[in-house]
Write a protein that binds this ligand. Structure first.
Ligand code: ADP
Ligand code: MG
Length: 284
């Protein structure tokens, strides 16, 4: 079982190495990186390349670790017991009917090996990763309501992503293989764009990429545009049939590029950028 990249996803050599290291070590792969650097997509692509179903768990600030294992739906059971005349109360008697299985339960009991994505783990509260330590380590947990031990038939391939909003506990980090997806440099970005828009005119792409990286390199920017924003912008440029001249600032005049709202997402950044453009014009 080895990941060698895919047609839809540009994986750098060190990223492929990290995926394969996590597979070899049988440890979760913890992927960090700026938003839009392809962390979520990595799990989808690896699962597809290795022919494994992917179970996804998208974490929110209110998500609790227990929800990934199972939840006992006592409210439904109570309601059913009050209406029990309906089916003779058979359903109510069996507690298994009220256990809602979480993604870990599903992953552990799946017939074939699956990939499991725990997406944006840093969204949850600080206890969340610690609460999952044992389950991810031992690949088993106990369901008290039904008195059964849920043990992984096959060890799932676990991906955990983080946008770095919170630090993760040391004990948790120790159990993962870690990879930081660096923001793509121009050649890698070019490959990513090629994957999405194979027919793009090279001059247009070169001019758009220059603008994009100029914006990213602006000092003091609150929110740097990411890969997905560049892709959105390119899509718009093509849809609106924006001429190359509108992007080229090389010689005669510098101007704010069209549809810059795809790249800059707050007014301070737009103002900052306009100022810079204005200063460049005066210096000519
Ligand atoms: N290496 C890559 N190869 C191809 N497309 C990519 C790559 N990285 C990012 N993308 C594009 O950027 C989008 C955002 O990626 P995503 O996985 O959602 O980022 P993250 O989870 O890191 O925030 C993807 O849908 C894809 O279109
Ligand atoms: Mg994501």
């Amino acid at each position: 079982m080895k990941f060698k990249g895919s047609d839809n996803y540009v994986a750098t050599a060190d990223l492929m190495l990290a995926v394969n290291a996590a597979i070899t070590l049988k440890r979760p792969l913890l992927v960090k990186g700026e938003p839009g650097t392809g962390k979520t997509m990595l799990a989808e692509e690896v699962a597809q390349a290795l022919n494994m179903p992917l179970l996804q768990w998208h974490i929110k600030s209110t998500t609790k670790a227990q929800q990934g294992l199972y939840e006992y739906d006592a409210v439904s059971r109570l309601r059913d017991s009050q209406l029990s005349s309906v089916d003779g109360g058979e359903k109510v008697k069996d507690i298994n009917n009220y256990i809602v299985k979480g993604v870990l339960w599903q992953a552990f009991t799946a017939e074939q090996p699956v990939a499991l994505l725990i997406d944006e783990i840093d969204k949850a509260d600080i206890e969340f990763p610690n609460d999952l330590l044992r389950e991810l380590d031992r690949m088993e947990f106990y369901c008290y309501e039904t008195r059964e031990l849920i043990k992984a038939k096959n060890r799932p391939l676990v991906f955990i992503t983080s946008n770095n909003e919170k630090e993760l506990p040391d004990a948790f980090l120790r159990r993962c293989f870690f990879h930081y997806i660096k923001f793509p440099d121009a050649p890698v970005m070019q490959q990513i764009v090629d994957v999405h828009f194979p027919g793009l005119k090279q001059e247009l792409l070169a001019a758009a990429m220059k603008t994009f990286f100029d914006i990213r390199n602006l000092p003091g920017l609150k929110k740097k545009p990411s890969t997905s924003e560049l892709l959105d912008w390119l899509k718009l440029l093509m849809a609106e049939d924006i001429p190359l001249a509108a992007l080229q600032s090389a010689d005669q005049k510098v101007s704010v590029p069209p549809l810059v709202g795809a790249l800059l997402k707050n007014e301070q950044d737009v103002t900052l950028f306009e100022k810079l453009v204005f200063m460049n014009q005066r210096n000519r």
